[in-house]
Design a protein around this ligand. Structure first.
Ligand code: ADP
Length: 408
């Protein structure tokens, strides 16, 4: 059937609507006044019975091309489970009015189809059917109810389209995560082997000792393999985050003692940089030691990467109420305010760094997600050419217990 009108049957108002549209369509198709009324009455009789049983019925009005010509048709469909109740009265009355009536099952719906032969004077063809479709589509609503209904249909369509798009982008995102996860796993093994063999070659002695020049090459291979390992690890972390598979081993620690230990490890990430460390306050904080070290190492590593090698990096920790604030300040390239939020997005890098500094733009995304899992947040304050301060806010979970004098 070439559908021209579509009406959902939700309440009695739709009965009036179905009747009017059926009248109007048959009028447009040059049926006599009596036939218009007959057709419209048959449609509304069945629709009335459907509405009494369910609010999930639908009326489609249109035309069917079948030898020997065109038919005006109405399809009234309703959920299968309603069918068992039967539409006895309406059906038998409609059949008296429109003899070509079929009642059949289509997917999970029961359908009543009414057909009326169209006169030659209706001069129906594909272009006239299209015109009729446009006419009913653009027709001004008869009543406020019809207007609301039309709007609702449009809104539902938009919502459906959006939902479709959302599903599609979710699908693409899932495939992308799957790819990242597989690719990084596959890359990890060969890179680890390259690194291990370059270390063995570097440390070999006796007959196996290589020249200083070759040692230089090996050292470069080793250091680039370490960089690759770090990048692969970032990709693996992203896929774990996206799949909700990061496990946290939470412990409650003295944040000052923890940070002292962590910063001495982090210093190895930036061996030649002066770190000025001021740990003013202390408190108990619940955290995953390894993951928080990853956060601090990333922020300090960035501070070193985006500033000149001779400048200081200062690390400070203070307590503000029930929050510990760890700040890392550098005096490097800084960034535009427009980047303050976006640098925490996956793969986002400030335009100014893309050409001159290597990186994937994942470190801060991972760091912010780890900190968020600790019920904290990271913020940045920065000025182009002046430097940046990154602040990690972590909730305090208790005060450091006072030691009892003379207890030991
Ligand atoms: P990457 O450093 O690999 O690009 P990150 O996620 O760690 O990825 O950082 C995202 C972006 O934030 C960087 O590309 C850079 O533009 C900006 N950024 C981070 N730290 C600093 C900093 N200390 N100074 C200036 N820009 C920074």
């Amino acid at each position: 059937m070439k559908e021209i009108v579509y009406i959902t049957l939700e309440n009695e108002m739709d009965l009036i609507l179905a009747n009017r549209k059926a009248m109007k369509l048959s009028e447009r198709l040059n049926l006599s006044n009596a036939t218009q009324t007959t057709f419209a009455t048959a449609v509304s009789e069945i629709a009335r019975e459907v509405i009494e049983c369910t609010d999930r019925g639908v009326v489609s009005l249109g035309v069917i091309s079948e030898r020997p010509g065109y038919f005006l048709a109405a399809k009234i469909s309703y959920p299968e489970e309603v069918a068992s109740a039967g539409l006895m009265e309406g059906l038998s009355y409609a059949q008296k009015l429109v003899p070509i009536l079929e009642n059949f099952q289509d997917d999970a719906s029961q359908v009543v189809e009414l057909k009326m032969k169209l006169p030659r004077s209706s001069k129906l063809n594909a272009s006239k059917i299209r015109t009729l479709q446009e006419l009913f589509e653009s027709e001004e609503p008869y009543t406020a109810y019809e207007e609301i209904k039309k709007r609702n249909i449009r809104l539902n369509l938009i919502a459906e389209e959006r939902y479709e798009k959302l599903l599609q982008s979710q699908y693409i995102n899932d495939r992308k995560n799957e790819f990242i996860s597989i690719a990084s796993h596959e890359l990890k093994t060969p890179v680890t082997i390259i690194k291990a063999f370059s270390q063995i070659a570097l440390s070999s002695s006796g007959e196996d000792t290589c020249s200083e020049k070759v040692k230089g090459y090996l050292a470069k291979i080793e250091s680039q393999a370490s960089r690759l390992t770090a990048l692969i690890q970032q990709l693996l972390d992203v896929s774990k985050i996206e799949n909700g598979k990061i496990d946290f081993q939470i412990e409650t620690v003295s944040i000052r003692a923890y940070l002292q230990d962590t910063l001495s490890l982090v210093q190895q990430v930036v061996p030649n940089r002066p770190l000025k460390i001021t740990l003013e306050d202390d408190a108990l904080v619940s955290l995953d030691k390894a993951r928080m070290e990853q956060v601090i190492a990333n922020i300090v590593g960035n501070a070193a990467k985006y500033s000149s090698p001779d400048t200081e990096i200062s690390i400070r920790m203070q307590r503000a109420g029930q929050t510990m604030i760890i700040s890392v300040t550098d005096y490097g390239i800084g960034m535009e305010t427009t980047n303050f939020q976006r640098i925490f997005d996956k793969f986002h890098r400030a335009e100014s760094v893309s050409k001159n500094y290597s990186g994937l733009g994942l470190g801060l995304y991972i760091a912010s997600r780890i900190v968020a899992e600790h019920k904290g947040r990271i913020e940045v304050e920065s000025e182009i050419g002046e430097g940046s301060t990154f602040r990690v806010y972590l909730p305090v979970c208790g005060d450091i217990p006072e030691t009892v004098p003379g207890a030991d």
